[in-house]
Ligand binder design. Structure first.
Ligand SMILES: Cc1cc2nc3c(=O)[nH]c(=O)nc-3n(C[C@H](O)[C@H](O)[C@H](O)COP(=O)(O)O)c2cc1C
Length: 240
């Protein structure tokens, strides 16, 4: 009895040691896995779609409309990188925050141009339309909200309605557009909705698509800082 109890205790200690060994091994594997995941998620999560359309060499008037209320948030950082590249290339760049200068969505009142101005609603669109009317290349830079553009950006898009009417007094000089987006999702397919809306909007407006950049896997404030996608955004700006 005595011996067998000792055996069991001995066996128990052996089992415990093996368990400890296995546990340590599993923890080391888990740590290595986490490190690998972090490394990969910071680089493999850069999803880029860009175009072979070469820059024309012309200096352009570029307007970047940002769509996040979070100051210095991920999309703001992306927009700043694009702006840096574009300014370095000699383009003139203006930024307009559609979240911090918010406007209503279109009310479909059909009173466009009735006062000589594109819209009768007296809100921040009054600050935006003069910028739009001196833009060659329009860049939308939005965080992904519910698999779509942010509502702020969508309001801006709605307010382009007066320029799409047959009876418009003026048209926009915009000829080209770009789309920059970021989101928490690790899947490029999460951007399918806004990418398609962008594509069809450009088709409708006759604007040339000059590039798209989707950055997955960024969520917390500052996640975009030092991100490899910034170099891509800067290049896109430089080649605008
Ligand atoms: C209202 C809201 C909706 C969101 N919806 C999505 C979503 O559908 N998919 C996603 O991947 N991330 C979603 N996010 C996360 C943001 O896209 C992500 O945090 C992004 O990096 C924020 O960019 P910002 O710092 O420029 O605001 C959402 C965030 C908010 C506040």
């Amino acid at each position: 009895m005595q011996d067998s109890r000792n055996d069991t205790e001995q066996g128990g200690r052996k089992l415990t040691r093996r368990g400890l060994f296995l546990g340590t091994g599993a923890a080391a594997l888990l740590a290595a896995g986490c490190a690998l995941f972090q490394r990969f998620s910071s680089t493999a999560s850069v999803k880029v779609e860009s175009f072979s359309t070469p820059a024309s060499g012309q200096k352009k008037r570029i307007l970047i409309i940002t769509g996040s209320g979070r100051e210095n948030g991920n999309s703001d950082i992306l927009a700043a990188a694009f702006a840096k590249g574009a300014r370095e290339a000699g383009h003139s760049v203006e930024l307009f925050s559609s979240a911090r200068t918010p406007m209503l969505a279109c009310m479909h009142c059909e009173k466009c141009w009735s006062t000589g101005k594109p819209c009768v609603i007296e809100d921040n669109f009054e600050k935006l339309w003069p910028l739009l009317e001196r833009t060659d290349l329009l860049v939308f830079c939005s965080p992904l909200y519910w698999y779509n553009f942010s509502g702020h950006i969508k309001c801006v898009m709605d307010r382009l309605y007066p320029y799409s009417k047959k009876e418009k007094l003026r048209d926009l000089p915009i000829k080209e557009s770009m789309l920059l987006m970021c989101g928490e999702s690790h899947f490029l397919r999460s951007f399918t909705g806004p990418a398609e809306a962008y594509r069809q909007t450009l088709g409708f407006k006759g604007w040339k698509d000059r590039g798209r950049l989707f950055v997955t896997g960024v969520h917390k404030l500052g996640d975009m800082a030092g991100h490899p996608a910034l170099a891509t955004a800067e290049d896109m700006g430089r080649n605008a």
